[in-house]
Design a protein. Structure first.
Length: 423
């Protein structure tokens, strides 16, 4: 240890002396170049010292002078490209490396070096295939229990109850280009802890994954196909409630810049589990088929839309739990105000609405009437970015369900707020 320490001290001292000497030579060369800027030998030495001490801007200035008289010199082009690369000025560096590849005078070794550096630039500038969205916060509901409007003929324990919950939601997405296609996957997780009605504590996790396969493309049109698999798990009242697996296929058609349509089919094999709070949940076990179409597009610089419509066909173990459900929803995305100091951060207002018609397959054994519901929702969400990563999300939504069975007539107003994060 003593020997190592004794060697380390003069080594560090030598490095400081060498650095000081290089800086002195750099300053002396700079003064000489002011008097004789076209001196090739002075420029070459100045470039060497500038690169040694890490003054890449100075090296670039001298290389520009040399390239003015020798624009096809691959050595100078590689040096100036390396300097721009060190400054993380990737477009400029890429341009000079590309020039080396087009030069007849460039050697195979120089072309190989330029090619490897271009690959480095592509590696550094390629967007990450991973994206993360998360929000945590509080939600208040005027009718968290979905209790009926009135209690005539209804168990008093089923009365409407307001409640708060604390929630956290996270969506982790993966989109990795592969050739002209991609591998796409997403993991969605959600948990809500009710303050009063513990049987409604809800946890959800769902994973979907599959390749996106290009089918056709043109100047104003592209078509891709995405087969996917999925698996879902749900906790309700902190007990296992639902497990499902399945898959489907979607076809995305970009018909023009402002319009994209995506019809899809999805299959889920769902298994429900009984618990103390939900002793007859297994009656719902069965298969769910969804036939739908998504659409989205731009209506202007600050306005875009997205919508969806389709049919869910649910075949349950008990016929009275099976149903056909027709649904449609529409939302607008409105960018508000000007970007924050040129940062690109804009407030986003998203008004939305949806409707659902649900016809059940058979009457409940205790009822003579087959249930039929009509539900509509309307609301809006405001996202306020604070930084590129953090923000605040606030949402208000009103839901109304009308049924031919009085115990399923109810409404519910929800207010949600909490910080958001995006990576």
């Amino acid at each position: 240890m003593a020997i190592a320490a004794s060697l380390a001290i003069p080594t560090a001292s030598w490095a400081q002396t060498a650095s000081g000497a290089a800086q002195q030579e750099f300053e002396a060369l700079f003064q000489e170049l002011l008097r004789d800027p076209s001196n090739r030998a002075l420029n070459l030495r100045f470039i060497e010292i500038a690169l040694e001490i890490g003054d890449y801007e100075a090296a670039i200035g001298a290389l520009d002078r040399l390239l003015y008289s020798e624009p096809d010199n691959p050595v100078y082009l590689l040096q100036i490209a390396d300097a721009y690369l060190a400054l993380e000025s990737y477009p400029a560096a890429r341009g000079f490396y590309d020039s080396v590849l087009t030069l007849p005078a460039a050697s195979p070794e120089q072309r190989e070096l330029a090619t490897s550096k271009i690959a480095q630039i592509e590696n550094r500038t390629r967007p990450s295939p991973w994206a993360l969205y998360g929000q945590a916060g509080l939600r208040y509901q005027t009718n968290a229990s979905s209790g009926p409007d009135g209690l005539d003929g209804v168990d008093p324990d089923a009365a409407a109850q307001s409640d708060w919950n604390a929630f956290v939601v996270g969506v982790l997405s993966y989109n990795q280009p592969v050739g002209d296609g991609a591998i796409e996957a997403s993991l969605t997780t959600y948990y809500a802890d009710q303050f009063e009605i513990d049987r409604l504590d809800l946890g959800v996790a769902e994973l979907t994954a599959g390749p996106r396969l290009p089918i056709a493309s043109g100047e104003n049109m592209s078509l891709s196909l995405r087969p996917f698999g999925l698996v879902t798990g749900v906790l309700l009242g902190d007990d296992p409630y639902l497990g499902a697996y399945g898959g489907g296929v979607s076809a995305r058609a970009r018909l023009a810049d402002p319009l994209t349509l995506e019809p899809y089919f999805e299959y889920r094999n769902r298994t429900y589990f009984n618990s103390d709070d939900y002793p007859t949940a297994t009656d719902q076990t069965g298969e769910l088929f969804t036939y739908a179409i998504n659409g989205y597009g731009a209506l202007g610089t600050n306005l875009s839309w997205s919508g969806r419509g389709g049919l869910r066909d649910n075949d349950a173990r008990e016929a009275f739990e099976g149903y056909d459900e027709y649904f449609a929803d529409l939302s607008l995305r409105i960018l508000l105000g000007d970007s924050d100091g040129g940062s690109g951060r804009r407030w986003v207002l998203t008004p939305s609405g949806s409707v659902e018609w649900t016809d059940y397959d058979a009457p409940d054994p205790n009822e003579m009437v087959t249930r039929s519901d009509f539900e509509w929702k309307a609301g809006a969400r405001l996202d306020v970015p604070v930084t590129d990563t953090f923000g605040l999300g606030v949402q208000v939504q009103y839901l109304r369900n009308n049924s031919n069975r009085a115990e399923f007539d109810y409404d519910n107003l929800q207010v949600t707020s909490g910080p958001t994060v995006r990576f």
